[in-house]
Design a protein around this ligand. Structure first.
Ligand code: CTP
Length: 399
């Protein structure tokens, strides 16, 4: 299942390092080529001889070979890897990775790696529960690293709790699942809109809405993780795309969003319109701040914004799919179905503001996926990442 994959296996100094020999063996059994990088203290727990005998490659641990002065290139290793797995990852190494403390070969390789990184923490339960560990693990997550959660059970200290490195079989299965998934949308070109639009009134004011972009960004991350090429046209949000193959085009107004989408759409085969586009914009934008007058209350006249989904819908060619979103407060299903037909969409994801856990700013959503023939699939409450995954599965089914 991992045939031809180059895996850099990073081993740090924890009791669980003995399990890394088994992990290396299982990876090789699945067809991977494994290069071990150890921290100096890992050698106190397992010998490089055991590991190099298993992998058929010398273990790398120092920046230089002492007697020849030969330099070991962490950059080359980082580029060679299809994935880097750090198992076990001690609190110390996790802290160094989170903060860029590049004082050994393992952390420099991590910082140079272009490939996905998997981290399997292993430590005593109190260290695991310490806020600094939690913060560092969350930082790694925010860099797009995959955390293979530690298991609960008896620890080296004979205490019982969370902190055991996951079993080698579980780690290998995570890698296999990741590579399978990253193949599943290879070759697909996605255009995704996300976030609100801001319609300028004057240099300091705008008409906007409560959208935070979380749903659109979650879809972009999931599609990129599945191997798709993603263009994300984003309104003003505080999020940052993590996956390197997401191309983000930042826009502010609905007009700018339309222009970016029109340019990208001909090269796209799946467009997902997740943005909360303002329906109206002020008919004039003052170039100086509108001052408060004594008696007069300013009147803002509005003009209709273009409908981006409908515009793309009218330009849709064979083989292109457009998916819309509908955020409704009443008559949900019939409003959503009406939008689907009016905008020439292939599917619409309905969420109702009446449903707890759905809508703007939350980390969860409750979607009903409605196809052209009216067939509806009601999904339960789930995280936006899970909802993104379900939506992409449904899109793949109608393709
Ligand atoms: N949409 C769009 N351009 C707009 C308005 C909406 O691309 N100017 C897209 C949204 O991204 C979404 C779908 O159309 O995928 C439905 O958006 P929604 O705001 O629910 O629909 P509207 O057509 O604006 O209808 P209403 O606000 O009256 O519910």
């Amino acid at each position: 299942m991992l045939k031809g994959k180059h895996i850099v296996l990073g081993i740090t100094g924890g009791i669980a390092a003995y399990k890394s020999a088994m992990l290396a063996r299982l990876l090789i059994k699945e067809g991977a080529e494994v290069q071990i990088v150890m921290t100096p203290s890992a050698k106190e727990f397992i010998t490089p001889v055991t590991l190099s005998a298993l992998t058929g490659k010398p273990v790398v641990s120092e920046f230089f070979t002492a007697n020849t002065g030969e330099w070991h290139s962490h950059v080359d290793l980082g580029l060679w890897a299809d994935a880097m797995v750090i198992a076990p990852a001690t609190a110390c190494t996790i802290g160094k990775m989170a903060n860029g403390v590049a004082d050994n070969m393992l952390v420099t390789t991590y910082l140079s790696a272009k490939a996905p990184v998997f981290v399997a923490p292993a430590m005593d339960l109190d260290m695991m529960a310490h806020p600094s560990t939690t913060r560092n693990i969350n930082l790694l997550r925010s860099y797009g690293n995959h955390i293979i959660e530690a298991a609960s059970g008896e620890l080296a200290s004979h205490l019982c709790g969370k902190g055991r490195m996951q079993e080698p079989e579980v780690i290998v299965n995570e890698l296999i699942a990741f590579f399978n998934k990253s193949q599943s949308m290879k070759g697909e070109k996605l255009l995704i809109t996300a976030g609100p639009t801001y319609e300028k009134i004057d240099p300091v004011r705008f008409i906007g809405n409560y959208s935070t972009g979380k749903m659109g960004y979650a879809i972009a991350e999931e599609a990129a993780a599945r191997g798709a090429e993603v263009t994300l046209v984003s309104g003003p949000v505080s999020l940052k795309a993590q996956h390197p193959s997401i191309k983000v085009i930042h826009v502010e107004s609905a007009r700018q969003m339309l222009d970016a989408c029109k340019e990208a759409f001909p090269q796209t085969n799946i467009a997902i319109m997740c943005a909360a586009v303002a329906d109206y914009a002020p008919n004039v934008q003052a170039d100086k701040k509108i001052k408060r007058e004594k008696d007069e209350i300013p009147v803002i006249n509005l003009v209709k914004n273009p409908d981006i989904a409908a515009t793309l819908g009218s330009e849709k060619k064979d083989g292109q799919i457009i998916v819309g979103f509908a955020l409704e407060t009443d008559n949900e299903q019939s409003n959503a179905l009406d939008k689907l037909h009016r905008k020439n969409l292939d599917m619409i994801a309905l969420n109702s503001l009446r449903t707890p856990g759905a809508g703007f700013g939350t980390d969860t959503n409750v979607l009903t996926l409605i196809c052209k023939n009216g067939f509806a699939t009601e999904l339960p409450l789930m995280t936006k990442a899970e909802a993104a995954s379900q939506l992409l599965d449904a899109i793949c089914r109608i393709k």
